[in-house]
Design a protein around this ligand. Structure first.
Ligand code: UT7
Length: 345
């Protein structure tokens, strides 16, 4: 059984009295740039092999944005696709939330740039930063605006141009990441389900496992900071791996518990696409069958906030999930941050 029967599925939102307001995920969309960087290409750039990258990560290739293509462009393309599918004009959007760690610039926000590019003149706009966990954080924030009666139509986007902060001479990190964007349209719809629950968490004491030292108020850009390579992301891979498995497992279990669901009732588990071994390890601990796990990281690598957004779009457009199916999303990233969510699609 993939779909929960009405008696077993509990919508945790209903218990909190939202007075008939309910939020649907009306549509999704995604966009990845055309340029493909394969493992063979990376073999020519750093001391690595296709065999190492494939067996340690599962990644075969990733997409790179063009020099004149920025996070706001990727976000806008994904958003246009989602809006077209929902048959919504940009003027109908009340709010745009962009989750990203690679904004076009420190300010104005990428969401404001997207608002202009889309022509969504009525929309308020802001960015959130929860690294790879950003899309679930943003979905939950968007849903809160709808159930609180503040807005009727919210556009949520996860978008990254990680190639702009990757140190292309560091084999530990440069093989892992890619560029892309995914978007979702949230709307007030009677009796909709959408995001049934989202469990979010953070542990700031472990911020040093994955971070970018330069470019903020602590280390503003100077010739010295550039020479010291402080404007690239840094990661302690092994420790990050362990934390990722534990945090995603715990958040996923709690999400299922809140909805009174067993893992077997989930049609599709969509984990953050960082590493095949992390996905398998969490899947195994959750008791998920391999065919429940959605994986596309061999094509795109780790696209941070865009990762599960792109995967959700692919799961929908390939027919892997149908309306009414239950989806479990789980994410993990810098902060540290993590989240899991149950969606009734
Ligand atoms: O999205 C945010 C969350 N991020 C993640 O969840 C990523 C989590 N971490 C990982 O996915 C893995 O830890 C990595 C893929 C980053 C690394 O895999 P690992 O199995 O943990 O390898 P390691 O870091 O323990 O390194 C093993 C060896 C090292 O060599 P020595 O010191 O044992 O001689 C590395 O220098 O592999 C070496 N190595 C490489 N060799 C060839 C590291 N990168 C490469 C490379 N090619 N690209």
């Amino acid at each position: 059984m993939t779909r929960a029967s009405a008696s077993s599925l509990r919508n945790p939102r209903a218990a909190h009295g939202y007075h008939g307001r309910s939020c649907s995920i009306t549509s999704v969309g995604s966009y990845v740039p055309d340029r493909v960087l394969t493992n063979a290409d990376l073999e020519r750039m750093v001391n690595t092999t296709d065999e190492w990258i494939t067996t340690r990560t599962g990644i075969k290739e990733r997409r790179l944005a063009a020099a004149d293509e920025f996070t706001s462009d990727l976000a806008t393309q994904a958003a246009r696709r989602a809006l077209e599918r929902a048959q919504i004009s940009p003027e109908m959007v009340d709010l745009i939330i962009v989750a990203t760690i690679t904004p076009d610039m420190l300010f104005p926000s990428t969401a404001c740039l997207v608002q202009q590019k889309l022509g969504a003149r009525r929309a308020a706009a802001f960015d959130i930063e929860a690294a790879c966990s950003g899309f679930i954080y943003a979905l939950e924030i968007g849903q809160q605006f709808i159930t609180s009666r503040t807005y009727d139509t919210v556009l949520v986007i996860g978008a990254e141009k990680l190639s702009s902060i990757v140190d292309w001479s560091d084999r530990n990190t440069c093989v892992l990441f890619g560029d892309g964007a995914g978007a979702a349209v949230l709307q007030n719809r009677p009796n909709a389900h959408g995001l049934l629950t989202a469990c979010m968490g953070a542990d700031g004491s472990k911020g040093g496992l994955l971070y970018m030292p330069g470019g903020g108020s602590r280390v503003p850009a100077t010739a010295d900071s550039v020479n010291a390579r402080l404007h690239y992301l840094r990661m302690e891979g092994r420790e990050t791996f362990k934390n990722a498995v534990n945090a995603m497992y715990t958040a996923a279990r709690e999400s299922l518990r809140r909805c009174n669901l067993e893992i077997g009732q989930i049609k599709c588990v969509i984990p953050h696409q960082a590493n095949q071994r992390i996905i398998e390890s969490v899947g195994e601990r959750l008791g998920a069958r391999p065919d429940q796990l959605f994986v596309n990281l061999h094509k795109y690598g780790n696209t941070s906030a865009a990762s599960v957004a792109i995967a959700l779009d692919e799961a929908v457009t390939t027919g892997r999930v149908q309306r009414g199916d239950l989806i479990l999303l789980m994410v993990f990233g810098a902060g540290l941050t993590w989240a899991a969510a149950v969606i009734e699609w």
